[in-house]
Write a protein that binds this ligand. Structure first.
Ligand SMILES: [Fe+2]
Ligand SMILES: [Fe+2]
Length: 425
């Protein structure tokens, strides 16, 4: 039975099949539709023994994570990929819904990329997914509508595709975070090596499932190794990053992701395809001003404002400190997540470059799968701590309290920081 979208609707109208009615529910928004005897509608005829595995199946977001989810995967044939409907159902419900998906060529390969965005989902809810009738069931979980119970997410950066990155991937999955935020230098393909980028995607898709099997969504920032030329280049020079994440970064290398009214991520482009000074700084001012009252307001950038390995006096570091740090302080940002230097660091709370309890901690510096030997607080007084350690950061939000744990790739606790929203003075 051919279940492409047009045939599917046609057969449902002609035959009045219950599976067809489920499709109409999805397409027409007729929620709550039930079969003639009042039971939930019958499921599509999924294969008993799935034989098709969508490549690099990944969840991410382009809008509010409390009610949406974007799914992407790769395939070798446009026609085959489009003929496999994306089915989803709320866990506990019997009725499967269908959502259309798009296809486009994946850069510098013969592959096709498929994307669908699920919208109007219930918060804090598990959904089951099938791609075509012959793929295994996968599952996703939306974010809670309110931060009423504990929420955890993981951040880090500078992964690559080596053995350390796989260890950190697996350690991340063991924490069952709601999502992972990677702040640039994902694959180290430099905008040129499709094989390297595909390897990163395959690793992520294989490794990042939580303890209940949910896909762990990936939110990403742009780093220099996403870009052919690293700095000050047009977005066409970062073809793989934008292929994956242009649902969020529609026009620029910077964006925000707002989780209901309790968490905002402000994701910056540290000079790779957007200049620091000018439009991005103007946007940052407006964006932070609108989110000043958010109980959890985090900023992420790839190149650090307060680096622990490379010179802190580079023109880019200085430009970000001059133009961005005052805005972060003015609008009460809770923490800045930094990367690029390949070590663990935590700064003191900093205000105008000086240690001040009313200031902001900068956490980094990107050692998911890359490592360097950092300078210590003796050489750089803004540092509270630094170590040569692969690490991820586990952020746990518990009401007004936040705990930021740095874990090494072997699971050792490298650092722990407790924060609360600072009262405005
Ligand atoms: Fe970097
Ligand atoms: Fe890096």
């Amino acid at each position: 039975m051919n279940l492409d979208r047009r045939h599917f609707l046609h057969s449902s109208l002609v035959l009045g099949s219950s599976a067809g009615l489920a499709g109409l529910t999805a397409l027409g928004g007729l929620s709550g539709l039930v079969g003639p005897t009042g039971q939930a509608l019958a499921a599509p005829m999924f294969a008993d023994n799935p034989t098709f595995q969508p490549r690099a199946l990944m969840a991410t977001w382009q809008r509010d994570p409390t009610t949406t989810m974007t799914l992407q995967w790769l395939g070798t044939s446009k026609e085959d990929g489009l003929s496999r409907n994306l089915w989803y159902r709320r866990s506990g419900d019997d009725a499967w819904l269908e959502v259309p998906h798009t296809a486009r060529p994946f850069p510098q390969t013969e592959l096709w990329q498929f994307r669908a965005e699920l919208t109007g989902l219930a918060p804090d809810t598990t959904y089951r997914i099938r791609i075509g009738l012959d793929s295994p069931q996968a599952s996703i979980r939306t974010m809670p509508a309110k931060a009423t119970s504990e929420i955890t997410f993981i951040s880090g950066g500078d992964s690559g595709t080596g053995s350390a990155s796989r260890r950190t991937n697996k350690l991340a999955a063991l924490q069952s975070p709601r999502f992972v935020l990677l702040g640039g230098d994902l694959a180290y393909e430099n905008g040129k090596s499709a094989d390297t980028f595909l390897k990163f995607l395959d690793h992520y898709a294989a490794d990042l499932r939580d303890d209940k099997g949910h896909l762990i969504p990936l939110v990403a920032c742009l780093g220099n190794h996403e870009v052919d030329g690293a700095y000050d280049k047009p977005r066409e020079k970062a073809p793989f990053f934008y292929a994956m994440f242009d649902g969020l970064y529609t026009d620029t290398g910077y964006a925000t992701l707002d989780f209901g009214d309790y968490l905002s991520l402000v994701l910056l482009d540290s000079g790779h395809t957007s200049k620091v000074v000018g439009d991005q700084t103007d946007w940052l001012l407006r964006t932070l001003k609108e989110r000043e009252e958010r109980p959890n307001l985090f900023v992420a950038n790839h190149v650090p404002m307060y680096p622990c390995v490379r010179s802190a006096n580079g023109s880019l570091n200085e430009a970000m400190r001059e133009h961005w740090s005052p805005l972060l302080e003015r609008y009460n940002v809770d923490a800045v997540l930094e990367h690029h230097d390949h070590a663990f660091k935590r700064t003191h709370r900093l205000l105008d470059g000086l240690i001040d309890e009313r200031g902001i901690p900068y956490l980094g510096d990107g050692s998911w799968g890359q490592i360097r030997n950092p300078e210590g607080p003796d050489k750089r007084p803004f540092l509270a701590k630094s170590t040569q350690s692969y690490h991820l950061s586990l952020h746990r939000i518990e009401g007004p309290d936040r705990y930021h744990l740095a874990l090494s790739d072997l699971g050792k606790v490298v650092d722990i920081l407790h924060t609360r929203k600072l009262a405005r003075t």
